[in-house]
Design a protein around this ligand. Sequence first.
Ligand code: HEM
Length: 241
Amino acid sequence: MNALNHFLFAVYPYICLAVFLMGSLARFDRDQYTWKSDSSQLLRARQLRWGSNLFHIGILFLFVGHTVGLLTPHWVYEPFVTAPQKQMLAIVSGGIAGLVCFIGLTMLLHRRMFDPRIRLTSHRTDLAILIILWVQLVLGMVTLPLSYAHRVDASAMLMLSHWAQSIVVLSPDVGVLEGIAWPFKVHMVLGMTIFLLFPFSRLVHIWSGLASLAYLFRPYQVVRSRRLNVPAGQNLPRRAS
Ligand code: HEM
């Protein structure tokens, strides 16, 4: 059991991270034409609009929440908010975002499984990713009452964030997970597996979604008029519309 725990929480995280980073790089380098979100908006557009928007709003909130919540050291937020307060904030906001995401994801899954035309145009990994995300979300929601049970001292949250930070600083501390209930552990292993599968699925579009933030900071586009009678100095660079 100890060896399994050690593998899953001290070795597997690094395998997943390595495949995630190197695999994304290799796919971008070798297979750029497959690097896309693979929109299926021509089919059942209304259900897609609702499903996709609810899903993405929820998942982006959860994604940022997990990253900031797990990786911010305790001493950074301690002066402003206590650990139990932070945990309650995570339970309530995560619960709401989880529910929104669950409704959207269930709509997306229903659409992809039961519409024969969408089923035919789907790749195996499209369906697999939706099912894995759905199971992961349900497991995440199962952990909410367990976190709530530890609300007085926020011990579960503190142990989990300690473990996550130990992974980032390359000094994994598996011992801290001893008192952690199994739904958390299954949620963590499946979460890491999503990183492992990332480069082989349409999830690569998330890199592009993040990279599009660079648009906000891109340099001015220089537009030069073809007309010859523009007085000098009026032909100024403009922001592209
Ligand atoms: C970073 C910002 C993101 C952007 C801009 C983005 C954009 C998109 C777009 C344009 C689609 C295609 C929708 C269509 O069929 O027309 C899509 C689909 C999808 N996205 Fe994202 N996405 C983002 C983040 C995420 C995240 C964080 C996840 C999950 C971890 C995710 C998972 C998915 C999945 C599973 C689908 C397929 C849904 C289906 O079966 O139709 N996306 N995304």
